[in-house]
Design a protein around this ligand. Structure first.
Ligand code: 1BN
Ligand code: ZN
Length: 383
């Protein structure tokens, strides 16, 4: 179904972008992560479940894991790093390095500043204390969810953009890029303050605000190119609730909640629950909106006018900032379901329905061949 999305620009300009929901067939085509979220040997998650305090060997190993994954599995994404350094309350006057990982995929014809992007964001650093802290929900699992979501839509992006190029590119405004931001230094080293937290996010937002695209570009800077900043945090524990935090992006929350509901009704999620992960689809203006109360990596971007969809469980997981926030306390089915919900949302955002519906097992199926056995007339679901 085609929706019209109204985007408010500084409260002055209103323009309309198409938003196409995924058909049932497209939802069915989304891959399950299989064993990739296994906490001991899962290809995506296991390498992140280590202490990864900024400036330590663990942090470098996890960064290399991201690089290896994108180079091997998603070679059409452009990888870059944004480096900064800062002293911290525990660094005894020595600078600590912070490295943000950025992977971007724009339409092949797009020049810098000509497309807006969906940003999928999580932090990959872990807290200095308690010693040995893993931060499985905070935010190893969210990083792995985003990796899976990117992988889930990659082929469809290739097919869609090839088809668009074959037909001749029409209106550039109709097309979007996508970006994965895995940020460093979210956690405080001592106590959460404006100075002791969000080291990576603050450095990135500041740099991207001042880095200007060419004069004629539609989007003035990499910061302005972010149409929506979707921040995943504290996800992966069983039975989560994520409220809608911001009125200005409630429409996006509603699409995400819709996707969850539809995946559940098609029996495409692993968890079954009476209460959805995203229960506030029908939230009213006069209800309590918590946006602004939870400090997190979105803040330096929000302060610069970027629209935020904050996907942070509230209440926080009971293991929050304790040594028990480890692999064993994750609910892997919940991790897999979040990954699929985010993948579906990203697929809708990137307008991938047509190519994905074409790629379902049903649509791909060769005509049935009779190998000497009588074939009955199967229903679609039996094939
Ligand atoms: C989220 C995960 N945060 C830290 N790890 C941000 C936060 C800090 C939220 C303090 C509430 C209080
Ligand atoms: Zn934390």
């Amino acid at each position: 179904m085609l929706w019209l999305r109204y985007v408010s620009l500084a409260g002055l300009l209103h323009f309309v972008l198409a938003y196409t929901t995924l058909s049932d067939d497209a939802l069915r085509s989304l891959p399950d992560a299989g064993d990739d979220f296994n906490i001991d040997h899962g290809k995506l998650l296991a390498p992140i479940l280590v202490p990864r305090v900024p400036g330590t060997a663990g942090s470098v190993a996890v960064l290399n894991h991201f690089v290896d994954f994108f180079r091997q599995s998603l070679p059409d994404w452009t990888i870059s790093f944004q480096n900064s350094s800062s002293t911290t309350p525990t660094s005894k006057g020595e600078p600590v390095p912070f490295v943000n990982f950025v992977a971007t995929r724009d339409p092949p014809w797009a020049s810098e500043g000509s497309v807006g992007r969906l940003a999928l964001v999580a932090h990959y650093d872990s807290k200095l204390e308690p010693e040995g802290f893993i931060g499985a929900t905070d935010s190893a699992a969210p990083c792995a969810m985003i990796m899976h979501a990117a992988r889930s839509i990659d082929q469809a992006l290739t097919e869609k953009w090839a088809a668009v190029q074959a037909e001749g590119v029409d209106d550039l405004d109709e097309h979007h890029g996508i970006q994965v931001l895995l940020l460093d230094g979210e956690e405080a080293f001592l106590t959460w303050t404006d100075e002791d937290s969000l080291y990576g996010a603050r450095a990135l937002a500041e740099e991207w605000e001042t880095m200007h695209n060419s004069a004629m570009s539609t989007y003035r800077s990499p910061l302005r190119s972010i149409d929506l900043f979707v921040l995943l945090d504290l996800l992966g524990a069983a039975d989560p609730t994520v409220p809608s935090y911001f009125k200005t992006t409630h429409w996006a929350y509603q699409h995400l909640a819709d996707v969850e509901q539809r995946l559940r009704s098609l029996d495409l999620l692993r968890t079954s629950t009476n209460r959805p992960f995203l229960p506030e689809k029908d939230k009213k203006d006069h209800e309590r909106w918590l946006g602004g109360f939870i400090g997190d990596d979105h803040v330096p971007f929000m302060q610069r006018g970027v629209e935020i969809l904050h996907l942070i469980a509230y209440p926080f997981p009971t293991t929050w900032h304790t040594i028990n926030d480890d692999g064993a306390h994750l609910n892997i089915d919940t991790v897999a379901d979040w990954a699929k919900i985010v993948a579906a949302f990203a697929a809708e955002w990137m307008d991938l329905d047509e190519v994905m519906a074409r790629d379902t097992p049903m649509a791909r199926a060769e005509p049935l061949q009779n190998h000497g056995v009588e074939l009955g007339v199967g229903t679609k679901d039996e094939l």
